[in-house]
Design a binder for this molecule. Structure first.
Ligand code: 4NP
Length: 155
């Protein structure tokens, strides 16, 4: 099962989701079943490490984002991944625009299935106060925790 998390810059929300999902899969002994990646619909931060505030907040919960680097979504991602999860509706709309016809990935909002705290979107923490990164982590732990048991085990 290959999952791509997508936000705008790929330095705050989607790398956090990637790190949390990988962390939870490893804890559950499912590291071999799942493959996670993240990307941004924008190209502003390509090649950059995650935002220092996201890195600090994640490390406090045992999740290390330091090895990640931002990249932009590619048309080929729609065939490389089984599931593409957008952090908000704006990025979902951007993904729908660039999706190549006939590509096979399922595309939806990351929070759609679980709606933790009644939310359908992960709020963008980039311009806000530091506690926005705690909210992102809370939502990622809740939604990724629900995602993992739903995987069809292959092989
Ligand atoms: P992200 O946050 O989409 O969660 O990575 C953002 C990072 C950078 C910008 C916007 C959102 N920016 O406009 O540079």
């Amino acid at each position: 099962m290959r999952v791509l998390f997508v936000c705008l810059g790929n330095i705050c929300r989607s790398p956090t989701a990637e790190g949390v999902a990988r962390h939870l899969a490893a804890e559950a002994g499912l590291g071999a079943v799942w493959e996670f990646d993240s990307a941004g619909t924008g190209d502003y931060h390509v090649g950059c490490a995650p935002d220092a505030r996201a890195v600090r907040a994640a490390l406090r919960r045992g999740v290390d984002l330091r090895g990640l680097r931002a990249r932009q979504v590619l048309p080929a991602d729609f065939d490389r991944f089984d599931l593409i999860l957008a952090m908000d509706r704006s990025n979902l709309a951007s993904l729908e625009r660039i999706r190549p016809p006939g590509s096979h990935a399922e595309l939806r909002l990351f929070l759609a299935a679980t709606r933790p705290h009644g939310l359908a979107e992960v709020p963008d923490p980039y311009l806000g106060p530091d506690d926005g990164f705690e909210v992102v982590l809370d939502l990622c732990f809740a939604a990724a925790g629900e995602l993992l048991p739903s995987a069809p085990v292959r092989g």
